[in-house]
Design a protein around this ligand. Structure first.
Ligand SMILES: Nc1ncnc2c1ncn2[C@@H]1O[C@H](COP(=O)(O)OP(=O)(O)OP(=O)(O)O)[C@@H](O)[C@H]1O
Length: 265
């Protein structure tokens, strides 16, 4: 598999900082939905660190808890037990208003359905989170992000005038522009053809390498996971395995191993 080449638009930077610092941490994290007959243990005492300036993929069969883990870590869902931290902040200690502010100021989101506002231009969509937070975009940074994701000629287009790949690049630029502490991406290439998907994944990986961005991505796709520094595998609400420096082939091999143990995806 060939990875996209380093993107020329990123500012020249010193060698990536590879520290063991932790951007987000789950400790004995549990999430239970429903009760009685409808009770589902979606997360069963999950402990995992997401390292700063690391690109982590979360994989596992359908229903294994991937989205739940991401939603709990991003403060989009409440937890039933244990702890979920972004940096030093324990999410369960925050009220709704504080959580909203934390999501706004510290977290970037990229979803499968690009979630752009149709009436805003590409540029307005990219700067929207900062506008809401009354933060001025850092112009040099914004220009570098826009050039890197190849949107310079499309900034005044509205989402309907852009291809799916271009719309997702707007969503990636929106997440990167605010320089959040962590970006959560939920199947970011799920709606894209393989070429556009490879571009988006290349940008994400480059943002980790060149900008020390932290990215956590849920995916079903071994090729997408091959762009990550590390893959964490979930099954039945538990972490069952992890791979470092994965390739699409090594991820696929691991998935086959799970299937042969009776787990299906
Ligand atoms: N709001 C909810 N109410 C009840 N059960 C839920 C809810 N959300 C998720 N679940 C259950 O929790 C378990 C984990 O779901 P989750 O969506 O996290 O899995 P996933 O690994 O992301 O799956 P997929 O790959 O299919 O998106 C599943 O059994 C699911 O049915």
């Amino acid at each position: 598999m060939s990875h996209a080449a380093a993107s020329p638009g990123f500012p020249a930077s010193p060698a990536p900082l590879r520290t063991a610092a932790v951007a987000a941490r789950a400790t004995d994290l549990s999430k239970v939905y429903g009760q009685g007959d409808t009770r589902v243990v979606a997360l069963d005492s999950v402990s995992v660190d997401f390292g700063k300036a690391q690109f982590t993929a979360i994989m596992g069969p359908s229903g294994s808890g991937k989205s739940t883990l991401m939603h709990c870590m991003a403060g989009l869902d409440t937890i039933s037990g244990g702890s979920a931290r972004i940096g030093d902040t324990e999410l369960s200690s925050l009220n709704d208003r504080q959580l909203t502010r934390l999501r706004r100021d510290k977290i970037g989101f990229i979803f499968q359905a690009f979630n752009l506002l149709p009436t805003l231009t590409a540029l307005e969509n990219i700067t929207l989170p900062m506008d809401i937070a009354a933060r001025k975009p850092e112009k040099a940074w914004l220009d570098a992000v826009i050039e890197t994701v190849g949107l310079s000629g499309r900034l005044s287009h509205r989402p309907a005038q852009l291809s799916g790949g271009q719309q997702q690049r707007v969503a990636v630029a929106r997440a990167l522009a605010a320089q959040p502490e962590i970006i959560f991406a939920d199947e970011p290439t799920g709606n894209l053809d393989s070429r556009s998907g490879a571009e988006v994944l290349g940008f994400l990986r480059e943002s980790v390498r060149a900008m020390n961005q932290t990215v956590v991505m849920v995916t079903h796709d071994p090729v997408a996971a091959g762009y990550a520094d590390r893959v964490v595998f979930l099954a039945d609400g538990r972490i069952v395995e992890e791979l470092h420096e994965p390739t699409a082939d090594s991820v696929l091999d691991r998935m086959r191993l799970f299937d042969s143990k009776g787990r299906t995806s």
